[in-house]
Design a protein around this ligand. Structure first.
Ligand code: SF4
Ligand code: SF4
Length: 112
């Protein structure tokens, strides 16, 4: 997959951002999980962000499989957290989101 420098930069920032959200913005991630609609079609696009994950198996028909699915990292299971994640795979993902609250809105509710 050919990527521009801009796309690689976006995907690198996205990986760091998801790590940060999962670690420090758990309420936002939980809320977004409820907002998320659709199902994974196992395209594997999110397994090739920045680089192809060594645990990704692709068969001849183009189907993909995670060889450590039961033990995959939280970041994998959480993808996509929000619309910004979808932009990293050029919206070529079968999950969508309804209206997204901001992280600050959720943090404010949690603090009350
Ligand atoms: S990009 Fe979306 S549809 Fe494709 S494997 Fe990842 S979560 Fe599933
Ligand atoms: S560990 Fe599995 S789900 Fe996570 S990126 Fe690799 S192949 Fe995809």
């Amino acid at each position: 997959m050919l990527r521009t420098f801009g796309k690689m930069r976006e995907q690198a920032i996205g990986k760091v951002r998801r790590y940060f959200l999962l670690r420090f913005r758990k309420a936002y991630v939980a809320q977004q999980e409820k907002n998320r609609q659709g199902e994974c079609n196992q395209c594997g696009n999110c397994c090739e962000l920045l680089f192809k994950c060594p645990f990704l198996i692709k068969n001849d028909t183009g189907d993909t499989l995670c060889s450590i699915y039961e033990n995959r990292p939280k970041q994998c299971a959480a993808f996509p957290i929000d619309t910004r994640c979808l932009s990293e795979v050029d919206f070529d993902c079968t999950y969508t989101f309804g209206t997204e609250p901001s992280i600050l809105q959720i943090d404010n509710v949690q603090d009350r």
